[in-house]
Design a protein around this ligand. Structure first.
Ligand code: S3P
Length: 452
């Protein structure tokens, strides 16, 4: 039975339900003003949920992501024997299994979440049980060979269905490997690190492009030792994990929608607080600045290896000197992968446009994000060129309101809600409920910040 269950945990307010489509009307705005705290970082929430589930003791987490995806990870932890408590003050307590997951009674439902499916596979592969990992229709189309290969090299017994979910894992002792990631992917890196933590020997990993390092910080926070040489990362197997108390920083990838929106209006003024500013995620801030945003860092501190800050954003008054489009390629593409839909959606309004290259990975995200960006830009009357690995979007264009197809992809729904703010006429976002995958409060926050 795939894709017909609601992928949320118990006892909390997640509004995302599959098979129930909603439409959101977005009216044009004059500017964006106010302050906002975005929900906890999705990537960090997944990792803390999984490591807390495996650890000894009770982990207490404040500002856990309200998105449905990390709640899929929590629900899987419960199925594996961890006890999860949702407190009225919105903190979450996870009593871990002290290194021994139990045999789940049902398949592990990863919902829409590639992070859950890929990272969890590494986390459970050495436990002596039989696991089936399933997901919704979108997740079932996403490539899983990228984790099967390294985990099999570690002696995991892992079987895919034509390269995809459902995934069957027969838990078995693992051995360490030296692994070079063939594609930049923090999820693949994490699957190998989580398996390496529980393998015999020292697992080493090198990345050609350095991806987000939340797993490295999270493993250290839970008590594991990792060593980094110039271009590789090593973890010794058999290290126990211990619970932590933590506050999860706000999700910069959710803030990205509002940062991009601030660029659209000359007198926008936005303050975002408790925001995750991990350097492996923060390339977005440089891009916003390069596109004409003025970002002031008002405060910054470090917690469990993660930087958390308060920033103020408005649009610089001076026009940019160059007339060349802004180019996103190579390392920058990998670092901005989740922010590319919103950058593409606002590209027509930028003075010189945006060219996105080396982004073939976008075609195997929650949807084919290049195709959906193209479809929706076309609906709004934009000119652009779609390429196999990206899109070229000239600047200085005027768009009109349209009917947008989210393709059930949260980032597409939110990206085009932002594009709609500067369009002529109203826009309808079909499938707007998908936003709840990462940011259930998105449309309410947008409404409170948009000045009309
Ligand atoms: C994530 C890594 C990225 C990103 C995803 C979250 C993570 O995926 O797109 O939204 O939390 O590690 P890939 O690892 O597939 O690049």
């Amino acid at each position: 039975m795939i894709g017909n269950r609601c992928s949320h945990g118990r006892g909390h307010n997640i509004r995302y339900t599959k098979n129930r489509m909603s439409t959101q009307l977005i009216r044009p705005a004059r500017s964006l003003q106010g302050s906002l705290t975005v929900p906890g970082d999705k990537s960090i929430s997944h990792r803390y949920a999984m490591l807390a589930g495996l650890a000894e003791g009770t982990t207490r987490l404040a500002n856990f992501s309200t998105g449905a995806d990390p709640h899929s990870s929590l629900a899987c932890m419960e199925a594996l024997g961890a006890k999860v408590l949702h407190n009225p003050d919105k903190t979450i307590e996870i009593a871990g299994v002290a290194g021994s997951f139990q045999q789940p009674a049902t398949p592990l439902d990863c919902g829409n979440s590639g992070s859950t499916m890929r990272m969890l596979s590494g986390l459970i592969a050495s436990h002596p049980h039989t696991f089936t990992l399933i997901g919704d229709a979108s997740l079932t189309l996403r490539p899983m060979e990228r984790i099967r290969k390294p985990l099999s090299q570690m002696a995991a017994k892992i079987h895919l269905t034509d390269g995809h979910a459902p995934i069957a894992i027969h838990g078995t002792p693992l051995r360490a490997i030296d692994f070079a990631t063939p594609i930049p992917s923090a999820q693949v890196k994490t699957a190998v690190l989580f398996a390496g933590l529980q393998a015999e020997g020292t697992t080493s990993l090198s990345e050609s492009i350095r991806t987000r390092d939340h797993s490295e910080h999270a493993l250290k926070a839970f008590g594991a030792t990792l060593t980094r040489s110039r271009d590789s990362l090593s973890i010794l197997g058999g290290q126990p994990l211990h619970s932590i108390d933590a506050t999860i920083p706000g999700d910069l990838s959710s803030a990205a929608f509002f940062l991009a929106a601030a660029l659209l209006f000359p007198d926008s003024n936005l303050v975002l607080d408790s925001l995750g500013m991990n350097p492996t995620r923060a390339a977005l801030l440089d891009v916003i600045a390069a596109l004409g945003g003025r970002i002031k860092i008002l405060a910054v501190e470090e917690r469990h290896g993660e930087l958390i800050g308060t920033i103020q954003v408005n649009r610089a008054s001076a026009a940019t000197a160059t007339s060349a489009p802004f180019i996103v390629n190579g390392t920058l593409t990998a670092q901005l992968i989740d922010e590319l839909p919103v950058l593409a959606a606002i590209a027509p309004y930028t003075p010189n446009g945006i060219v996105i290259r080396d982004a073939q990975e976008l075609r195997v995200k929650e949807s084919d994000r290049i195709a959906l960006v193209a479809k929706n830009l076309r609906a709004m009357g934009a000119k652009f060129t779609e390429n196999p690995d990206g899109i070229e979007i000239p600047g200085n264009q005027k768009l009109h309101g349209a009917v947008i197809d989210s393709g059930s992809d949260h980032r597409i729904a939110m990206a085009f809600a932002i594009a709609a703010l500067r369009a002529t006429g109203d826009t309808q976002i079909h499938g707007s409920e998908a936003a709840a995958i990462s940011f259930p409060e998105f449309f309410t926050s947008l409404d409170s910040l948009a000045q009309r």
